[in-house]
Design a protein around this ligand. Structure first.
Ligand SMILES: NC(=O)c1ccc[n+]([C@@H]2O[C@H](COP(=O)([O-])OP(=O)(O)OC[C@H]3O[C@@H](n4cnc5c(N)ncnc54)[C@H](OP(=O)(O)O)[C@@H]3O)[C@@H](O)[C@H]2O)c1
Length: 260
């Protein structure tokens, strides 16, 4: 299927690794110009060098999505370099496991800042450019724990539910302007985030053992997803084939999620 992304200008937050990097790769392969950001300049520039091998314009920015001034500057820079912006993928985030008993107020506030407020800030900064585009699209990368609470990921559970509400309400508010807003909800996808979790929870297990044991009781397909298995949906949502899809909440989770 021809996605028709040639000429599109995209910003993927947290594009230096994991799911964000796979999304950036897929968008580039489909003909878009892509900007990526992360907090570590060396890592984001190294990722951009690898992406350039795919072809197409790539811009790398060191920016922390929890810092409003850096978000404003990042979006201004991307729009200036690409001559506008058509697609924002709010992907930057982190895993912060913990229960209600173990998490502090500060943990909750930091998690809200990186998950919910990053999406608010980046969307607000991008909106003037998305309005100027003929096909403005926002894709928010969220988690199925926003729909299926898990007390072991308590902050994620609470914050991703708020992110889902943000996506839906923003889709309603921006619908009249033709700007599409959708949520892609991740279950378990193999990324550096999970390397960190394994090192904390089960340092004695190999990665393959840890992922297999984590997936077995939870995921009907019986395995972790790969970042590329998320990227295809994001590219589709950015394409002209998804022009009547907004306010949707779509799981990429191998069947995980015990709800209708
Ligand atoms: N993998 C999963 O199973 C899973 C499950 C549910 C939800 N998710 C969500 O999917 C998204 C991507 O996750 P992932 O697994 O690909 O994570 P990852 O491998 O840890 O990559 C996260 C990316 O975000 C960047 N980042 C983190 N904090 C940032 C900040 N404050 N400002 C700018 N960039 C920041 C990281 O770079 P720096 O650290 O260098 O800044 C990196 O590029 C996240 O929102 C995550 O919560 C993932």
């Amino acid at each position: 299927m021809e996605l028709g992304l040639g000429g599109s200008r995209a910003l993927v937050t947290g594009g230096s690794k994991g799911i964000g990097y796979a999304i950036a790769s897929m968008l580039l392969a489909e003909g878009a110009a892509v900007a990526i950001c992360s907090r570590h300049r060396d890592e984001v520039e190294a990722a951009a060098d690898k992406l350039r091998a795919i072809g197409g314009p790539v811009v790398a920015l060191a920016a922390d999505v929890t810092r409003p001034a850096e978000v404003e500057q990042m979006v201004t820079d991307v729009a200036a370099q690409f001559g506008g912006l058509d697609l924002l993928v709010n992907n930057a985030g982190r895993a912060h496991p913990g229960t209600f008993a173990t998490l502090t107020d500060q943990d909750f506030q930091e998690d809200l800042d990186v998950k919910l407020f990053s999406q608010i800030r980046c969307s607000r900064a991008a909106l003037p450019h998305l309005r100027a585009s003929r096909r403005g699209v926002i894709v928010n990368i969220n988690a199925i724990y926003g729909r299926q609470p898990d007390p072991n990921f308590f902050a994620t559970t609470v914050d991703r539910a708020a992110c889902l509400a943000l996506s839906k309400a923003l889709a309603m508010e921006l619908g009249a302007e033709g700007i599409l807003v959708n949520s892609v909800n991740i279950g378990f996808v193999r990324t550096p985030q999970w390397t960190n979790i394994r090192e904390r929870r089960a340092p004695g297990l190999t990665e393959a053992e840890f992922l297999a044991r984590t997936a077995a009781p939870e995921v009907p397909l019986g395995r972790f997803g790969e970042p590329e298995e998320v990227a295809g949906l994001v590219a589709f949502l950015a394409s002209r084939h998804a022009s009547y899809i907004t306010g949707a909440s779509i799981d990429v989770a191998g069947g995980m999620g015990r709800y209708l």
